[in-house]
Ligand binder design. Sequence first.
Ligand code: ARG
Length: 254
Amino acid sequence: MKRNPALAGVLIGVLLLALAASGCISGGSKEKVLVVGTSADFPPFEYKNTTNGQITGFDIELITMIAKKIGYDRVEIKDMDFDSLIPSLQAGKIDVAIAGMTITDERKKVVDFSDPYWEADQAVIVRKDSSITVTSVDDLKGKVIGVEKGTTGAEYVKKHLGSNVTLKEYPGYVEALQALLNGQVDVVVLDSPVANMFVQKYGVKIVYTIQTGEHYGIAVRKGNTELLNKINSALKTIKNSPDWNKLVAKYFGG
Ligand code: ARG
């Protein structure tokens, strides 16, 4: 058989490409990256650092610590609207979602959650100069209420107040807060730990807290038990270590 140098060259090229794609060359093993979805409008859990635009926060540091413990080289953060997180998980665009996400029965039908790592209720916030007082959920009747789309706060208002209120759903809390400050909505209903942060940073106050007793969990694709088990054991280790207290102190003071 006669050698064909051109063909041999092509074959070698194809072989090299295949090797590169499989991660066997380019100096060692392929980098292991955990693709993390979040919604960076939720301080102190996830937010954009105002000086460098980097996404940071309690959740981001927690998932980075977990990822290291379970053998990933780094995390890649994908920021999106809160209500896109679960569809993105299902579509395989992200490996985990960490976004102060409440573990609910409804969500458990479509994703799996880690053990809980934080607790929250729903706070009712108004502008600092507002005369609105709230002593029960019924006092919200007739009000224009701003929420973040797809959240437990939004679901709560729909379920308990329904057509007795005007509900305005925003893609994120930045918009909801803006609407509150502009006077386009009377109140915003959102998670209590985040409301506490907004009170410190903006001209708003908390007038009522709805005791919803929520727990935050890290979501993975339904059936991804291997990853879930690893996350849970790393979470447990971290919670029992001084790292946890340091992380809490850093983002919640203390
Ligand atoms: N805990 C609420 C929920 O699960 C709100 C979460 C909003 N998170 C965010 N990063 N914007 O629905």
